[in-house]
Design a binder for this molecule. Structure first.
Ligand SMILES: Nc1ncnc2c1ncn2[C@@H]1O[C@H](COP(=O)(O)OP(=O)(O)OP(=O)(O)O)[C@@H](O)[C@H]1O
Ligand SMILES: [Mg+2]
Length: 289
């Protein structure tokens, strides 16, 4: 197992000795989180605002270290700086609004930054830049010399992605990768992420969109108040609509509809419904099939 969370708790504000003496209670951003990310899977992380998603993501390549517990990468503790340095190319983290982190004068230089830091030769760096741009479907000759600041928002985000992909990560961690994009770019991006997954890259994606999660993810981890509130396949997790509602989350539209119809007595099986599947099931019932 490449990545394992072993009883991880994290606090942004550890109590002082005095506060402990006074009996103040410790606030946790993450509390006793244990799970494993399987190689090659598409794992979604859901939870309402402040539930700990970004904090968890920052633990995945050693940017943050647990206050208690461990994050293991191939059996090694990511709190060890040497291990975290090795993991950094292997586990690519794309933060929310990654385009804010573009900095170089040209697209080429921006993408080349990471590979160059790996100590690769100029030829190898060029190859990585080409590869990164190809993966995000931007033309190398058209874009390499352009300023990243003169691109559209969606193109900027692709360049930021390319910089992470140029490191050839085996795991790609994405914190709300389609936030703020228009519907067409959203779909392009999700298709791109899905393609990367199909190439064998493990994907960990923070998302608020239950329809996207239902469509793309193999498993969903639900956080609430820094704790795990659900973990399983989308079928399993979305069958608990009431519990999800309690913690401020919805279920996919088609599933919501299926749950309502089931409550009205329609004999629909307990499983995940896409709009097409639901339409077929209802049509079959109407025709008495
Ligand atoms: N830099 C920080 N300093 C102190 N507390 C923080 C800091 N960043 C986050 N927190 C707190 O930690 C908890 C988890 O925050 P986190 O950013 O991980 O949530 P999130 O699930 O990513 O939320 P969102 O959906 O809004 O991005 C929240 O209670 C938040 O207020
Ligand atoms: Mg966040």
């Amino acid at each position: 197992m490449a990545l394992v969370f072993d009883h991880v708790s994290y606090t942004y504000a550890p109590l002082t000795k005095r506060q402990i003496k006074e009996g103040q209670e410790q606030l946790w951003a993450l509390e006793d989180i244990s799970f494993e990310i399987e190689d090659g899977e598409f794992l979604a992380i859901a939870g309402h605002t402040g539930s700990g998603k970004s904090t968890l993501v920052l633990h995945l390549n050693g940017v943050m270290n647990p206050t208690k517990g461990k994050v293991l990468w191939n059996g090694q503790d990511l709190a060890d700086k040497k291990v975290a340095d090795q993991a950094r190319g292997d586990i690519g983290v794309v933060f929310q609004y990654p385009e804010h982190q573009l900095f170089a004068a040209t697209v080429y230089e921006d993408i080349a930054f990471g590979p160059r830091n790996l100590g690769l030769s100029a030829d190898e760096v060029e190859e990585r830049v080409k590869e990164g741009l190809e993966l995000v479907e931007l033309d190398y000759d058209v874009f390499k010399d352009r300023s990243p600041f003169e691109l559209s928002g969606g193109q900027q985000r692709r360049v930021a992605f390319a910089g992470v992909l140029a490191m050839r990560p085996t795991t790609l961690v994405l914190d709300e990768p389609v936030a703020g994009l228009d519907p067409a770019s959203r779909n392009d991006f999700l298709d791109l992420i899905n393609k990367l997954h199909e190439r064998g890259i493990t994907i960990v994606m923070v998302s608020h969109n239950m329809n996207d999660i239902a469509r793309l993810a193999d498993r969903v981890l639900v956080l609430n108040g820094g704790k795990i509130a659900g973990f399983g396949t989308p079928e399993e997790v979305f069958s608990h609509a009431a519990k999800l509602r309690e913690i401020g989350l919805g279920v996919p539209d088609a599933q919501l509809m299926a749950n309502e119809l089931r409550e009205m007595g329609l004999p629909l099986e307990e499983r995940l419904y896409s709009p097409e599947r639901l339409a077929n099931a209802v049509a079959a019932l109407l025709e008495g099939r």
